[in-house]
Design a protein around this ligand. Structure first.
Ligand SMILES: *Cc1c(COP(=O)(O)O)cnc(C)c1O
Length: 390
C-alpha cells in the first residue's frame, strides 16, 4: 500500500463499520467513568476486574514509590532495576507457585518476549486460533513454525502434535481465559498432551489471574491442575497497574533475562507501577472473598439478570459476557443505544474477532453495585429488542 492510499483505505474501514477512534473517558472507579463534558456512565468495558486501581492501599503504594522517580531511567539490566520490581517478581512467583517470575512492561511484551526468547527455527508452536494478538505476534517474531489449531479442539491438537514432524521443541500456547469469549481453556487436557508429546506448555492467564480459582490464582487453581512450564500474566487487568510477567522455573527465567529483546532493550517500568501491582497482589491474597468472591457474585448476578431477559449468553463462568450479534451495524447500534442511556459496553468487531461474529462484550467487576447491574441489564434488554426489531 502506498501512503497516498491511506485516505481511501480509511474510507473502506468506515464503509465496513469498522472504524475505531479514541474517546476521552476518565474512570472514577472500575465501574464508573466520566467524559470530558462531565457526562457520567456505568462502564462495562474495563479489565480492572477487582477495582484495584482505585483502592486506597494501591494508590498510596504508588504515590510513595513515585518518590523513587517517575521513570526508571533504564532497562532492568541497567539503572532500571528498581527494588519494587524484584519484590513483585518474588511475590508473583510465590502466588503462582513457581520458582521465579520475570516482569515485563506490558503483557503484550511478555508474550513477545517469551516466544522470541524460547522458540526459533526448527521448533513448532501449536497455538489456539482464538489466542490473544500478542501471542499471534510473538509466534511471528519467534521464526518458529506455527500451527494454529481450531479453538479448544483438543482432539485436533493431539492429531497435529502426533503427525507434525518436529526436529526441535514443541510448544503449546493457549489463553487460560479467552479474552473475547470468556471461556476457559481445557488445562487438564493440555497438560496431558504436554506430557505425552514432551511439549513446553505456555498458558496466558491475563484474564484469569485475580479472576478464576477460589483465591484468584488463575487457570491452574480453577482446575486444581498445575504443571504449565510458563504462566504469562498481566499487571494491567485484575492487578490494577501496568505491566506483564512470566512465571517459570529458575532456568527459563534466567534465559529470558538473557535472551529476550523486549526485556533487555526497553526501559523498565517506574517503581510505582510495580509497587501498585504488589499492593494489589497483597490485597488479593489477604482478602480473596472481598475481591474474587465479590467478582463472582456480581458475575453470577448479571448472568442471571440477562438470562431472565432472554439475552443469549454462553454458559461461561468468567466475568466476560459476550452477546453475539453477528454484523457490525447491529453491534454499533446496540452500543449506541446503551451509551445514550448511560451504559458503556464494547462493540467488538473484526479484526479483533472473526467476520460475522461481531458482539457486545461486557466485563463485570467487583466494583459494580447491584443497582448498576440491574440498571444495565434493563438497558441491555431494551437495546436487544431494538436491534431485533430493526
Ligand atoms: C490483555 C491481554 C494481554 C496483554 O496484556 P497488556 O498488559 O494489556 O499488554 C495478553 N494476553 C491476553 C490473553 C490478554 O487478554
Amino acid at each position: 500500500m502506498k501512503v497516498s492510499d491511506i485516505p481511501g483505505e480509511l474510507e473502506k474501514i468506515r464503509q465496513a463499520d469498522r472504524f475505531r477512534q479514541v474517546q476521552d473517558l476518565r474512570m472514577v472507579t472500575a465501574a464508573r467513568g466520566v467524559r470530558r463534558d462531565g457526562k457520567g456512565y456505568i462502564v462495562f468495558s474495563s479489565n480492572d476486574y477487582l477495582g484495584m486501581t482505585h483502592e486506597k492501599e494501591v494508590q498510596e503504594a504508588a504515590a510513595q514509590a513515585v518518590s523513587y522517580g517517575t521513570g526508571s531511567g533504564g532497562a532492568r539490566l541497567t539503572s532500571g532495576a528498581v527494588f519494587e520490581a524484584s519484590d513483585l517478581e518474588r511475590e508473583l512467583a510465590a502466588f503462582k507457585h513457581t520458582a521465579e517470575a520475570v516482569v515485563f512492561n506490558t503483557g503484550y511484551m511478555a508474550n513477545l518476549g517469551i516466544l522470541y526468547a524460547l522458540a526459533g527455527p526448527g521448533d513448532v508452536i501449536f497455538s489456539d486460533e482464538l489466542n490473544h494478538a500478542s501471542i499471534v505476534d510473538g509466534c511471528r517474531i519467534s521464526r518458529a513454525k506455527v500451527i494454529v489449531y481450531p479453538h479448544s479442539d483438543m482432539k485436533r491438537l493431539q492429531e497435529l502434535l502426533e503427525t507434525c514432524d518436529v526436529s526441535g521443541q514443541r510448544f503449546i500456547v493457549s489463553d487460560g481465559v479467552f479474552s473475547m469469549d470468556g471461556d476457559i481453556a481445557d488445562l487438564p487436557c493440555l497438560l496431558a498432551l504436554k506430557k505425552k508429546y514432551d511439549a513446553c506448555l505456555i498458558i496466558d492467564d491475563a484474564h484469569a489471574t485475580g479472576v478464576i480459582g477460589k483465591t484468584g490464582r488463575g487457570t491452574a487453581e480453577y482446575y486444581g491442575a498445575s504443571g504449565a512450564d510458563i504462566t504469562v500474566g498481566t499487571l494491567s487487568k485484575a492487578l490494577g497497574s501496568q505491566g506483564g510477567y512470566a512465571a517459570a522455573d529458575e532456568a527459563v527465567a534466567a534465559y529470558i533475562r538473557n535472551r529476550s529483546r523486549p526485556f533487555i532493550f526497553s526501559t523498565a517500568m517506574p517503581a510505582m507501577s510495580s509497587a501498585a501491582a504488589l499492593a494489589a497482589l497483597r490485597l488479593l491474597e489477604q482478602f480473596p472473598e472481598r475481591y474474587v468472591g465479590r467478582l463472582k457474585e456480581n458475575t453470577d448476578y448479571m448472568r442471571a439478570l440477562l438470562r431472565a431477559f432472554h439475552i443469549p449468553l454462553n454458559d461461561g463462568r468468567t466475568p466476560i459476557l459476550p452477546i453475539i450479534l453477528g454484523d457490525e451495524r447491529k453491534t454499533l447500534y446496540f452500543e449506541r443505544i446503551c451509551r445514550e442511556k448511560g451504559i458503556i459496553v464494547s462493540a467488538i468487531r473484526p479484526p479483533t474477532v472473526a467476520q460475522g461474529t461481531c458482539r457486545i462484550r461486557l466485563s463485570i467487576t467487583a466494583a459494580h453495585a447491584k443497582e448498576d447491574l440491574e440498571t444495565a441489564a434493563a438497558v441491555i434488554q431494551e437495546a436487544w429488542k431494538a436491534v431485533a426489531e430493526r
